[in-house]
Design a binder for this molecule. Structure first.
Ligand SMILES: Nc1ncnc2c1ncn2[C@@H]1O[C@H](COP(=O)(O)OP(=O)(O)OP(=O)(O)O)[C@@H](O)[C@H]1O
Length: 570
């Protein structure tokens, strides 16, 4: 039966339903407002071709925060019935609300944040044809005018650079939309940041230049759409704006991302059946969107809710090109709180209500509390935490007589580490009597400290070696010291000894016999490579019984309270 045949019944039932109270998830209503992550929805108008087919709207805003959805269930005894649902988000934009309103509410504050050196991201999410590109391109136009010529409070200008690229839904596929879709390499640097190697990033001075780049990229996307079988809407399009302050070079760069996500699912296809290729494509898109959702939610789980135990986060940002590039949005080690805005785009016509429902379910799952910002704590053994004074002091105290004013006039430790190799050496060699080998040795020394500090080992290694416990244990065969809390290796796996199996009585265990009291319940570790190499998370609830003879060696793991991760000690 065709739902269009029931248009009048549908409209009548929807009008009636709209006068009745709606049920929304109380948890969502009670979630504290949070300016860092704002999740909204935008309902586009019914389009001409939809109206011509007699389609009417099944998606309406009830208030500024509540959107209601109505669909018709056909084939039931007693005739068609209305199925209704409602969602609560931070803001719902109705079909008559302009993009200017959306810009003022959502994008303008992100621009202010980025101008102050912050990181800000706006995602447009939704099914194909729901208005993502329409929304993002209108926001780009408004942004061009706000950003170009923006003066800071001292009357100086910021430098603005733009990059526009497309990210495939499979791993590591990235194309430059300002350079004829040239492939870009996504590489992770030593700070764990993803670099877009080979991506053009022209500087823009005027709004007209900014918009010329936006139009070029859009043309490249639409060409691809016809030539490559609608490929552009099957990829994520990212506009990245980098804002630098030429007056204060030590200030961090501001970053603003506008992300037009690939359509979450194809519009119901009335003309053709799904080809195998199309189904694989849809699967890849949905996987990459699920990874994005897992990453945003994973970050939120870093902060235990009051009264509930904290859970170790799993943030799988290496699983898609999109999440690699946007790692800052959910990086557990980030020191700058990112601001995130999501616009869930909704196609309102009755046949699209099911997809709009899925879009809203996805969006409301993103509405989670966000952890507070981690401050950069100065650590004399971690150059990435040094300000300019710490950096200069270290250079002055080194045995190489470099000119500190030339090597790091304003640079923080992180900025010196980010310098190209040749540049650091050259700056050092400018001082009289500093040969290249000495400059290289100095650079290597700084990098060794950096790498050691990342492994969480430098500060604690000495402590472990010198601790009286370690000395006391010297010479004693480690199997004779097995105790709760000890970490051991078995067949490549790391395990934490918890207790002898007997402690759990007969109910527990693998049926192993505890000969001589030498069988132990051990908790497992899993790799936390998403945060740092050689980092581990303890899975207390995933246990196994292990015989003493199966344990291969003792492993010293160090616990880092700040990240809640374990690192292999040295
Ligand atoms: N707020 C709006 N007002 C008027 N028309 C709109 C609005 N939003 C979208 N449209 C129109 O709806 C159609 C589909 O929009 P758009 O191309 O932005 O969808 P999309 O979600 O980006 O799709 P895809 O995933 O295929 O790229 C376009 O013709 C667009 O002009």
């Amino acid at each position: 039966m065709n739902p269009a045949e029931h248009t009048e019944t549908f409209q009548f039932l929807v009008e009636q339903a709209r006068t009745r109270p709606v049920n929304v998830d109380k948890e969502q209503v009670n979630l504290p407002r949070n300016d860092d992550t704002v999740i909204t929805a935008r309902i586009r108008p019914i389009l001409e071709h939809e109206a011509e087919k007699g389609q009417t709207s099944g998606v309406h805003s009830r208030t500024n925060n509540i959107v209601e959805l109505h669909n018709l269930a056909l084939g039931l005894p007693g005739g068609p019935k209305l199925r209704s649902s409602a969602f609560f988000l931070d803001r719902i934009y109705g079909p008559t609300e302009s993009t200017e309103t959306l810009y003022e509410d959502l994008t303008a504050p992100l621009v202010t944040h980025a101008l102050k050196g912050g990181i800000a991201t706006l995602f447009a999410y939704g099914q194909t044809g729901s208005g993502k590109t329409h929304t993002i391109s209108a926001l780009q136009h408004l942004l061009a005018h706000q950003l170009c010529g923006q003066r800071d409070k001292d009357g100086g200008y910021r430098n603005v650079h733009i990059a526009i690229f497309e990210l495939g839904t499979t791993l590591n596929a990235a194309y430059d939309l300002l350079a004829d879709r040239k492939p870009i390499a996504l590489l992770e640097d030593s700070f764990g940041e993803t670099r877009l190697v080979g991506c053009s990033e022209p500087r823009v001075l005027k709004a007209s230049e900014f918009l010329a780049h936006v139009d070029n990229a859009a043309r490249l996307r639409s060409t691809a759409e016809t030539v490559k079988n609608a490929q552009s809407s099957r990829a994520h399009a990212v506009t990245r704006i980098t804002i630098t302050d030429p007056v204060t070079p030590a200030a961090p760069d501001g970053l603003l991302y506008l992300v037009d996500l690939a359509g979450s699912e194809a519009l119901r296809d009335t003309s053709t059946t799904h080809s195998k290729e199309r189904m694989h494509e849809a699967r890849d898109i949905n996987t990459s969107l699920s990874v994005l959702q897992a990453c945003i939610r994973g970050r939120a789980l870093l902060t235990p809710e009051e009264g509930k135990p904290g859970r170790a986060p799993y943030i799988p940002f290496r699983q898609s090109a999109l999440t690699k590039v946007l790692k800052h949005v959910f990086d557990p080690l980030a020191t700058r709180t990112p601001k995130t805005r999501v616009v869930a785009c909704l196609a309102p016509a009755q046949p699209d209500v099911g997809s709009s429902h899925n879009t809203l379910r996805y969006a409301s799952l993103l509405r989670v509390p966000v952890p507070p910002k981690r401050e950069v704590v100065y650590d004399p053994l971690a150059p990435r935490t040094w300000n300019n004074k710490h950096m200069r002091d270290w250079l002055s105290a080194s045995a190489v007589p470099v000119d500190v004013e030339c090597v790091a006039p304003w640079h923080t430790g992180a900025q010196v580490l980010a310098m190209a190799e040749g540049e650091f050496d050259e700056r050092c060699c400018k001082a009289e009597g500093v040969a290249r080998e000495r400059a290289v040795a100095l650079r290597m020394k700084l990098w060794k400290m950096h790498v050691d500090s990342l492994r969480g080992a430098a500060a604690k290694a000495e402590e472990v070696v010198n601790s009286s416990k370690a000395q006391e244990n010297q010479g004693i065969e480690w199997r004779r010291r097995v105790r709760a809390g000890m970490v051991v290796r078995k067949a490549g796996k790391l395990l934490m000894v918890m207790s002898p199996v007997d402690a759990f009585g007969k109910m527990h265990g693998s049926g192993k016999t505890n000969v001589g009291g030498n069988c132990y319940v051990c908790a497992t570790f899993r790799s936390a490579e998403y945060a740092l190499r050689d980092a581990y998370v303890l899975n207390v609830w995933q246990q196994m019984d292990v015989d003493l003879v199966e344990m291969e060696e003792e492993v010293v793991l160090e616990y880092d309270e700040a990240t809640r991760l374990y690192f292999i000690g040295v």
